[in-house]
Design a protein around this ligand. Sequence first.
Ligand SMILES: C[S@@+](CC[C@H](N)C(=O)[O-])C[C@H]1O[C@@H](n2cnc3c(N)ncnc32)[C@H](O)[C@@H]1O
Length: 257
Amino acid sequence: MTSRWNNPTGGFAYHLQALSRRNTLWAPCVREIARFLSAWAPPEDTILLVGASGGHCLDLSFLSRFTRVVAVDFDPFAPWVFRWRARRLLREGRTQLTWDARDHLSPGRDGFDLAPLRALLDAHPGAAVLFCNILGQLPLLGEDRAPEQDDDAPPAGSYERWLLGLPEALSGRSWASFHDRLSGPVRPRDIDSATPVPWASSEELVRRHYPPTDDPELALLDHRTSALCRDAPRVQLVWELSPGLHHLLEAISFRSP
Ligand SMILES: C[S@@+](CC[C@H](N)C(=O)[O-])C[C@H]1O[C@@H](n2cnc3c(N)ncnc32)[C@H](O)[C@@H]1O
């Protein structure tokens, strides 16, 4: 299991970065995420925010449409920061916040397993679900990928297999995710976040959005989210996490029938 106090996907240093960059370097991405969320507009009264952290990338006014928000994040600092950032919304009293600090997502001895997430979903049958920039971070928690893995038929326990099963676990409810596809020192070009695009492989994304190079210093990290919902159109976003470190994000959304 991952350490809650020292996890590579968030924590104290992330909050410090977020508090200084949310309104500066991150502002264009935060604006695009707000636009994406307001277009999603799920009809449910409750929402699960998976990987809520301090809600730094979220437009917290989006949450006022829900009577219940269940934030899921095992970072011990996150509830304090989130409650402080959402204090106005919570004072109004129409939206209740509860926090679930358990780990429903880390890989176990046999790799990634959807059972803990299914148990969480079963406990909140009427809730919409938003994965808040976490799906591209979860592979950092595991060593599940064999070098010879066939991504078209990923083995049990691999993250790709977990992602392929995720839509079925969420069926019948509204859900959405914004998550990393690629990141590195080069800013992706020709990204139009106003126009949804079809799925593309990582190789195709590199060809379309990055200048050709063999320079190892400019290598990109593939966040292994390519297996998710290949049939769904998606919005692309650029998030400059820190000066000179650019993430190409994708956002997908579904509304309950
Ligand atoms: C990159 S941050 C998400 C960004 C955040 N939504 C925001 O608005 O700034 C990823 C979050 O996922 C949380 N996380 C990672 N693995 C987790 C797990 N297995 N269970 C619960 N939370 C987890 C981390 O603690 C971290 O806060």
